[in-house]
Ligand binder design. Structure first.
Ligand SMILES: NC(=O)c1ccc[n+]([C@@H]2O[C@H](COP(=O)([O-])OP(=O)(O)OC[C@H]3O[C@@H](n4cnc5c(N)ncnc54)[C@H](OP(=O)(O)O)[C@@H]3O)[C@@H](O)[C@H]2O)c1
Length: 252
């Protein structure tokens, strides 16, 4: 049976690796978002079953609606799995609050929280059509867990915000009168500590994390895709890591 995935934020890193893995199964249809034509061309080169949509998380919602309208023809049976992956960590997120570049809040919250909310809302009519258990994944981080013993400034605040957003989506859908929404499953995902531009581009970020904790993009994505395959509506509202282990929203 064919499965249609919508991967938001797929130009590189974990997002690109999802598409790389999913494209190997010819029965999958993958719609991947990127911010520019070059990135979209690299994604479409992964296979004939990869299609792209251009969107920037900072675009106004009206642009999301227009761009995602392409899903009407790209995904006529609806989106089965929606993975919101796009995100930024911003500058020196491990600086103490009194030294942190606080202007970074505007961009980080707009991309990470605002972008997640906009892409989910714009995708909603295309997720909740067709049949089956619809699966929604919001990418967060352990750093967004209340009480996690490592501060990460606006990045952690944004991921805590995504946890709230994802939980609200889960709760709203569970109480929906729409059968597809009621039977859907929404989870929050910590993809692991993954070797990507986000973690390696900033020496500050990398130096603060024990090198032995890093995993490859392939390991993260293989784990998450196995988890997504197994999800049922009983998992609605849960917070998982890429190994499928359930996490707590609060560590305190
Ligand atoms: N790596 C880790 O250890 C780790 C741990 C926990 C959570 N995460 C989360 O996992 C997700 C992927 O992270 P990654 O490590 O793969 O990071 P990455 O390599 O830096 O990739 C970030 C992705 O987000 C996209 N993006 C950034 N700003 C965007 C915008 N304004 N509009 C649209 N797309 C935008 C990037 O697109 P462009 O190429 O166009 O910039 C890229 O595709 C993020 O949500 C991150 O917070 C990562």
């Amino acid at each position: 049976m064919s499965t249609t995935y919508l991967i938001v934020g797929a130009s590189r890193g974990i997002g690109f690796t999802y598409v790389k893995h999913l494209a190997l199964n010819k029965s999958n249809l993958i719609i991947a978002t990127a911010r520019n034509e070059n990135a979209a061309a690299k994604l479409e080169a992964l296979g004939p079953n990869v299609k792209t949509i251009l969107i920037d998380m900072q675009d106004p919602y009206s642009k999301f609606e227009t761009s995602f309208k392409q899903l009407e023809t790209l995904a006529p049976s609806g989106v089965d799995v929606f993975i919101q992956n796009a995100g930024i960590s911003g500058p020196s997120c491990f600086a103490p609050p009194q030294e942190y570049e606080v202007d970074a809040y505007d961009e980080i919250l707009a991309i990470n929280i605002g972008g997640s909310a906009k892409s989910y809302k714009a995708a909603y009519p295309y997720i909740f059509k067709g049949e089956g258990t619809k699966k929604i994944v919001f990418t967060t981080s352990l750093l967004g867990q209340l009480g996690f013993p490592m501060a990460a400034q606006a990045y952690a605040v944004s991921k805590a915000g995504i946890n709230h957003l994802g939980y609200q989506v889960a709760l709203t859908n569970a109480n929906s009168e729409d059968v597809l929404a009621k039977n859907s499953v929404t989870i929050l995902l910590h993809p692991g500590i993954v070797d990507t531009d986000m973690t390696t581009a900033s020496a500050d970020n990398r130096d603060k994390v024990d090198a032995s904790l890093f995993i490859s993009q392939d390991e993260s994505v293989t784990g998450t895709l196995a988890l997504v395959d197994k999800l049922t509506s009983a998992d609605n509202g849960k917070f998982f890591d890429y190994k499928g282990e359930e996490l707590k929203y609060s560590a305190i």
